[in-house]
Design a protein around this ligand. Structure first.
Ligand SMILES: Cc1cc2nc3c(=O)[nH]c(=O)nc-3n(C[C@H](O)[C@H](O)[C@H](O)COP(=O)(O)O)c2cc1C
Length: 209
C-alpha cells in the first residue's frame, strides 16, 4: 500500500469502540517500534502494552481522562529511562557483542567514545533520552496506519499519577507519552473525516541548491 495514502488515512482518533486488534497486528506494530532508529542505538525506553481493562480504567480515572484510554484495544505506554547507568551500558555492549562480536578492544574504545553524553546534566540527559522515544511514536503511528489501526498520541496526562500507577520511577523510567491502539467509533471520533490541517509544502520545506 502507498505510504502517503496511509498517512492521509490516519488522524488523531478521538473515540474508539473497544474492538480487539488481532495479536499478530499488535506484534507487527511492536516490532516496528523495536526497529526504530535511536541515537547510538541505545533504545533507552520500555513500551508497556496494557490490555487489562481495570488498569486502563484506573489510568483513565487517575491520570488521563481521554476516551481512547479505555476505548482502545491495547494501550501502549512509552516510558523513557531518565538516566543511562553503567549497568545499562554493560547490557548494551553485551548485546552488541552477541549480535556482532566486534571484540573487547572495539567495545572498550567505542564505550569511551560514546560516553560524551555523560557530560549532560541530569535534566538535559532526561530530555535527550525522552526525545529518542518520539522517533518510535512516528514509526508506530505509520505502521499502525498501514494496518488500518487507529491511534492517537497522547501527552495530555498527569505524569506523576501515571508513573506512580505503573511503578515507573522504581525502574528508572518515566512515562513520555501514551499511544492507544484500536478502532474508531464514528459517533465519538469527531476528528474522523475532518480535512487534514497541514501547511503548504513550500512553507514547510526550503530547498537549498
Ligand atoms: C506528541 C503528541 C502529543 C499529543 N497529545 C495529544 C493528546 O493528549 N490528546 C489528543 O487528543 N491529541 C494529541 N495529539 C494529537 C495531535 O493534536 C494531532 O496529531 C495533530 O493535531 C495533527 O492531527 P492529525 O494527527 O489528526 O493529523 C498529540 C500528538 C503528538 C504528536
Amino acid at each position: 500500500m502507498n505510504l502517503i495514502e496511509d498517512l492521509n488515512w490516519r488522524h488523531a482518533c478521538k473515540g474508539m469502540n473497544g474492538n480487539k486488534i488481532p495479536q499478530q497486528t499488535v506484534e507487527k506494530i511492536l516490532e516496528s517500534i523495536n526497529l526504530t532508529p535511536t541515537s547510538l542505538g541505545l533504545q533507552a525506553y520500555k513500551v508497556l502494552v496494557i490490555e487489562n481493562e481495570e488498569l486502563k480504567q484506573r489510568i483513565y480515572n487517575e491520570a488521563c481522562q481521554q476516551q481512547p484510554v479505555t476505548g482502545c484495544s491495547h494501550l501502549l505506554v512509552f516510558a523513557s529511562y531518565t538516566q543511562i547507568t553503567d549497568e545499562y551500558l554493560d547490557e548494551y555492549f553485551e548485546l552488541i557483542s552477541r549480535k556482532r562480536n566486534p571484540g573487547k578492544e572495539w567495545c572498550d574504545k567505542y564505550r569511551k567514545k560514546i560516553e560524551f553524553f555523560r557530560e549532560k546534566n541530569y535534566n538535559d540527559m532526561e530530555g535527550w533520552l525522552a526525545k529518542q522515544t518520539y522517533i518510535a511514536l512516528g514509526v508506530a503511528c505509520t505502521v499502525a496506519a498501514n494496518e488500518r489501526i487507529d491511534t492517537v498520541p497522547v501527552e495530555g496526562f498527569d505524569k506523576e499519577a501515571l508513573n506512580s500507577i505503573l511503578n515507573l520511577p522504581e525502574q528508572g523510567l518515566s512515562a513520555t507519552f501514551i499511544l492507544p491502539l484500536g478502532y474508531k467509533d464514528p459517533n465519538l471520533d469527531w476528528m474522523n473525516k475532518q480535512p487534514k490541517v497541514r501547511k503548504d509544502l513550500q512553507d514547510l520545506v526550503e530547498v537549498i541548491k
